[in-house]
Write a protein that binds this ligand. Structure first.
Ligand SMILES: Cc1ncc(COP(=O)(O)O)c(C=O)c1O
Length: 408
C-alpha cells in the first residue's frame, strides 16, 4: 500500500483512477489545497504596501513561504524570482538576461531533447538580436552527446554564451550530465552561463542550487505537488548584484522611486522582481508542497521514483509490441517511461488506456524536434509521482495488453 496516496483527495474522489500523467501536472495533497483556501479565508490582503494588520499578515505569509521555497532548492532568498511556471521562468531568462547581455553572432546551445519552453524563447531572442541557436546531439540511447558538446565548444569557444539544458527530459527521462558539462566549460576556459530547465527534476530529486554550480534554474510548482500558476527562476546572486540579470516586467512594487521621466528600481533584489501583486495564495500552497516533500525527504522521493522507473522498464519490455524510448539504465533516467506501441497511434493507445482508467499522455510532449529527428509520429508517456506504486504499473501493463484485442 502506498503511504502517500491517502493525502491526495483526488484519489478518494476517483477511486479507480491510475494517474500516470505527472509529467504534465501532479495531483495536490489536501495540505496544499488547505493552505490556499486558508489564505483566502483568513489572510487575504495585498502585500508590502499596506499599513493595516491584514496586509501585514499577508506579507508575512508571502515572505515566510518564499524563504521555505528558496531553502527547498538550496538557494538564497534573493536568488528566487517567482514566475507563473517554468515557461515564464525561461522567458524571464531570455528577456531579463539574454536580451541585455548577448549580441549578434553569439551562440546559445540547447540539446535535441528540449521541451519547446527551452527552444522557442531562444528562437525569439535570435529574431530580435541575431543570436544563433545550436543543438547538441544525443547518443542513440538519448543521452547528451558529450563529445559533440566538446567539439562545439572547441569550434565556437567564447561565442557560446549560454548552455541551456533540460535537467531531466520530459520525454526520454534522461538526466543531463551537468557535472560533465561544467567540467568541459572549465577545461576549455569559456565564459558561458549554464541554465537548467528543472521542470522535470524538481519533482523527483533533491536540488541544491548552490551545489549544482549552474547560473539559472527554472521550475514549475504544479509539477511538484504545488498549485498551478506558480513557479520560479533561480538566479545566481552575483548576476543580480552586478545587474547582469535585469527585471523584464515593469510597474509598481519593483521600484524605489518613479519620476516623470525615469525610474529607480528597488535596491532590494527580492523586491526588484515583483512587479504588481504576487500570487500569495499559490506561493503559500507551493511552500506547503515543499514542506510536505521535505518531510518525506527528496532523497527518498528519488529512490522510490528510480524503483518505479525500473519496474516499468522491466514490465513494459515483456510486451513484444512495445518499444521503449530513452536510456536503458535507470542510472541515467528519472520520472517517466515513454514508448511506442508498434502499429497503433499513441492517441489510440492512450484512449484504450483511459477506458481502463489509466491516465497517460500521448503526442509529442512539446518535444517536436526530438520526435521529428527520430521519425516518431507520437509517443505514449507514463510519468510518476510519490503516490504511484507498482500496482499502478501492473494496471498500465494489463491495459496495454488489451490493445491487441482491439486493434487486431
Ligand atoms: C522539461 C519541461 N520544461 C518545461 C516545461 C513547461 O512547464 P510549464 O508548462 O509548467 O511552464 C515542461 C512541461 O511539461 C517540461 O516538461
Amino acid at each position: 500500500m502506498n503511504l502517500y496516496k491517502k493525502d491526495f483527495p483526488i484519489f478518494n474522489n476517483n477511486p479507480k483512477l491510475v494517474y500516470l500523467d505527472n509529467g504534465a501536472t501532479s495531483q495536490k495533497p489536501q495540505l496544499v489545497i488547505d493552505a490556499i483556501s486558508s489564505y483566502y479565508e483568513n489572510s487575504c490582503a495585498n502585500v508590502h504596501r499596506g499599513v493595516h494588520h491584514l496586509s501585514d499578515v499577508s506579507t508575512t505569509i508571502f515572505e515566510t513561504s518564499k524563504k521555505t521555497v528558496a531553502s527547498f532548492f538550496g538557494a538564497k532568498n534573493s536568488e528566487l524570482i517567482f514566475t507563473r511556471n517554468a515557461t515564464e521562468a525561461l522567458n524571464g531568462l531570455a528577456y531579463g538576461w539574454a536580451m541585455n547581455n548577448l549580441k549578434e553572432g553569439d551562440i546559445i546551445l540547447v540539446s535535441l531533447l528540449e521541451h519547446h519552453a527551452n527552444i522557442v524563447p531562444w528562437q525569439e531572442v535570435g529574431k530580435q538580436i541575431g543570436t544563433h541557436l545550436n543543438y547538441i546531439s544525443l547518443t542513440n540511447e538519448g543521452l547528451l552527446d558529450i563529445n559533440d558538446l566538446e567539439e562545439k565548444i572547441i569550434k565556437h569557444g567564447n561565442k557560446i554564451k549560454l548552455i541551456s539544458l533540460a535537467h531531466v527530459s520530459n520525454t526520454l527521462g534522461t538526466i543531463a550530465p551537468i557535472n560533465k558539462v561544467i567540467s568541459l566549460i572549465k577545461k576549455h576556459k569559456i565564459n558561458c552561463k549554464v541554465s537548467l530547465d528543472g521542470a522535470q527534476s524538481a519533482p523527483h530529486m533533491k536540488i541544491n542550487f548552490a551545489k549544482l554550480g549552474v547560473d539559472f534554474y527554472a521550475f514549475s510548482g504544479h509539477k511538484m505537488l504545488g498549485p498551478m500558476g506558480i513557479g520560479g527562476l533561480l538566479v545566481k546572486e552575483t548576476l543580480l548584484q552586478n545587474n547582469e540579470m535585469k527585471p523584464w516586467l515593469f510597474g509598481g512594487g519593483m521600484i524605489e522611486s518613479v519620476y516623470k521621466e525615469k525610474t529607480i528600481f528597488n535596491e532590494d533584489l527580492s523586491e526588484r522582481f515583483i512587479p504588481g501583486t504576487p500570487d500569495v495564495a499559490s506561493v503559500a500552497g507551493l511552500a506547503t508542497a515543499c514542506e510536505y516533500l521535505n518531510k518525506i525527504e527528496m532523497e527518498k522521493v528519488e529512490q522510490d521514483d528510480k524503483a518505479l522507473v525500473k519496474y516499468a522498464l522491466d514490465q513494459l519490455s515483456t510486451i513484444n509490441e512495445v518499444e521503449i524510448i530513452g536510456p536503458k539504465s535507470t542510472q541515467d533516467r528519472l520520472g517517466s517511461v515513454a514508448f511506442i506501441y508498434k502499429g497503433v497511434h499513441a492517441h489510440d493507445v492512450a484512449q484504450v488506456l483511459d477506458g481502463e482508467n489509466v491516465a497517460v499522455r500521448s503526442g509529442h510532449h512539446c518535444t517536436m524536434p526530438l520526435h521529428t529527428e527520430n521519425k516518431w509520429v507520437a509517443t505514449v508517456r507514463a510519468s510518476f509521482s510519490i503516490y504511484n506504486s507498482k500496482d499502478d504499473i501492473d494496471k498500465l501493463v494489463n491495459a496495454i495488453k488489451k490493445i491487441k484485442t482491439i486493434f487486431k
